[in-house]
Design a protein around this ligand. Structure first.
Ligand SMILES: CC(C)(CO)[C@@H](O)C(=O)NCCC(=O)O
Ligand code: NA
Length: 622
């Protein structure tokens, strides 16, 4: 099935690849044998809540930066130009909001799983539905992550596909199950550095081979690959400033605000300030990662566009072509092909390990622990390790499912984030910002949000209207006669004239809006159903689970009017006798020392038990 002349690995390349796997395993082994030797769930799943902000922040960017982005973003830039780069604008609000809204709220509740919040705020049923939604999202995403680098490397070098899938899946399962979250975070740090090094190497070599920066610039400029700010408000336009910069904020919030993989990292930080700081530090690193992958796409365009590889880009595996170009550029430079392959697999490993660990956490904390209140720590830790292994094997099965799909991997991954992550974000927003929302509303909202997202998502697949315009023709135009160019341009304008109508138009909604649509549907449905079934009152809501958004937005109104309108007393003004506030936890957050071993878990449990009892009382009162 190989359409190109294959590129081959030298011994050095294999050695570099082997070093990556061995180093990751070594870090896993180190944390299996040091510290508390992974004998408590606090250590295995929460890294003893003792992490500094620097490793946490590098680990945060690694979670959702996989080989999908390393290959997918350059492929996108190569074919459609730099418009996608504007997603960087979404990182501003997409990280500021988690840092100042989601992290303080969740950290102060001393959660282990983000979905514990849903039980505190709503009910057990909402928590379980939230957890199942998250598991569903991550299991599909894992498949894409493990399959993408193996497939690309297989197409280009002939490296055995399923051997690569098995090697990544098994190595990752092993170090995750041995070393717990500490190993996951520290391998993430190492793997993120390898990832940056690989991308940088390709860019440097590519620029040199093209003949310098100015040569690259003039080629991409002539080739129409530098996109201006597209302010077209049409939501069916695949990539515009609005879909990327605004729709992207919802995508970022669902990933960096409420996704367990990230929440777990915030919670593993030693103090709340450290957690907020790590979120801030994600911003420059994520911009750097985006810039590197976009520049890589441009360099590849400058290097290869004139050589008429364009028909290869027309095939389904456009993503594999990117790797073909990379391997072609690095051929003959000892070690560099291996470095880039290590970069791809690093990106994949760091994502899959985060997924395993977060999946083990939610399965343990949300699905198993609540039913076995007397389980010993040793048994719980053993089960958590078994769960990490179980999800590792499930991941291999999911890789096979991905094998059957054929779309741009970047688009597939971002669609999964949007379709499943968007509604999940909606439930959290409903709970945090709207005190009236009740459990029935949250369940109905989540159902409606998922239904809406899948309706438009599956609709777009069936009608094949993902909204992708044909790429700017200039790359081919330089090789074609003037006549053909005119034909292409006529075809282009015809395509823009025949706009889809009705349901087709709904299906052609840009995939960048899926998160926003899902979130909005959940909040709207949730509020309507809550008001119909009896909205909650402030006194009934577990303290500390609401962010006084409306109160803050209406800061100019007098206090009594605000309370009438939003039913929320601003944080800090709540009379302390009215409720059992988790004051002891607030105190321990303020200190720079981790909570003492043994007592902290009990404290949390008793707090959770109390607030749950409180909730049950309210429930019966309603
Ligand atoms: C999710 C963002 C936008 C930000 O982290 C980016 O990393 C990305 O495009 N990721 C694609 C999915 C992946 O790399 O697996
Ligand atoms: Na990653």
């Amino acid at each position: 099935m190989d359409p190109y002349d294959q590129k081959h690995f030298t011994v050095v390349d294999y050695v570099i690849f082997a070093i990556l796997l061995a180093a990751s395993l070594g870090i896993g082994l180190y944390y299996a044998l040091s510290g508390g030797r992974q004998r408590t769930t606090q250590e295995f799943l929460m890294a003893d809540r003792s992490m500094h902000c620097l490793p946490v922040s590098l680990s945060l960017i690694a979670s959702f930066q996989s080989a999908v982005a390393i290959i997918g973003v350059p492929a996108e830039i190569y074919t459609h130009g730099t418009q996608y780069w504007f997603i960087g604008c979404a990182y501003i609000l997409g990280l500021l909001i988690p840092a100042h809204v989601f992290i303080p709220l969740m950290y102060r509740l001393r959660l282990s799983s983000a979905y514990q919040y849903l039980e505190l705020r709503f009910s057990k049923a909402v928590r379980i539905c939230g957890t199942l939604t998250f598991i569903f999202q991550m299991v599909i995403y894992m498949g894409v992550c493990v399959y993408t680098p193996a497939f690309a490397v297989n197409t280009v070098t002939g490296f055995e596909l399923w051997a690569a899938v098995l090697a990544t899946g098994l190595v990752c399962t092993l170090y995750t199950a041995m070393g717990g979250l500490k190993a996951v975070i520290w391998t993430d740090v190492f793997q993120t550095l390898v990832m940056f090094a690989g991308q940088l190497a390709v860019i440097v070599v590519g620029v040199q081979q093209t003949g310098g920066v100015s040569e690259v610039w003039s080629k991409v400029w002539e080739g129409n690959r530098i996109s201006g700010l597209d302010l077209n408000p049409d939501p069916t336009e695949r990539h515009t400033f609005w879909t990327l910069g605004l729709g992207g904020v919802f995508l970022m919030l669902s990933l960096y605000g409420v996704n367990q993989a990230q929440v777990q990292r915030y919670l593993s930080a030693r103090t709340e300030r450290e957690a907020v700081r790590s979120c801030y530090m994600v911003f420059p690193s994520l911009q750097l990662a985006l810039a590197l992958s976009c520049v890589m796409g441009l360099v590849m365009f400058a290097r290869y566009c004139g050589e008429n590889h364009s028909e290869k880009l027309g095939t389904a595996s456009r993503d594999a072509v990117v790797l073909y170009f990379v391997m072609d550029m690095l051929q003959g430079l000892p070690g560099l092909p291996g470095l880039f392959v290590a970069c791809l697999f690093s990106a994949a490993l760091s994502t899959i390990s985060s997924a395993f660990n977060s999946l083990a956490t939610v399965t343990m904390e949300d699905l198993i622990k609540p039913h076995f209140s007397t389980m010993t720590e040793a048994k719980a830790t053993l089960i958590s390790k078994a769960l990490a292994i179980f999800y590792g094997l499930l991941c291999l099965a999911m890789a096979y499912v991905t094998h059957l799909m054929a779309e741009s991997v970047l688009q597939v991954a971002l669609k999964i984030f949007g379709m499943v992550g968007g509604p999940l974000l909606g439930v959290f927003c409903l709970g945090m910002f709207f005190p009236w929302a009740n459990s029935t509303g949250a369940l109905a909202g989540l159902g409606a949000g998922l239904a809406m997202a899948f309706w438009v998502g599956i609709g777009s697949i069936l009608t094949r209207s993902s909204g992708a315009k044909p790429p700017p023709p200039s790359c081919t135009a330089t090789l074609l006669s003037g006549n053909t160019t005119t034909i292409i341009q006529t075809a282009l304008s015809n395509a823009t004239l025949s706009r889809p109508t009705g349901l087709k138009r709904f299906y052609s909604l840009s995939y960048m809006w899926y998160s926003g649509l899902g979130c909005f549907t959940v909040v709207l449905t949730g509020l309507i159903i809550s008001f119909l079934t009896g909205p909650m009152k402030e006194e009934e809501v577990t303290p500390g689970t609401i962010y006084p958004l409306l109160g803050n937005l209406l800061f100019f109104l007098p206090e009594h009017l605000k309370q009438k309108l939003c039913c929320v007393t601003p944080l800090g003004q709540r009379p302390s006798t009215q409720h059992r506030t988790p004051s002891r936890h607030k105190q321990s957050n303020g200190l720079a020392v981790p909570p003492e071993e043994g007592t902290s878990q009990d404290e949390t449990d008793s707090f959770l038990a109390n607030s749950h009892t409180a909730f049950v009382e309210h429930e019966t009162a309603v």
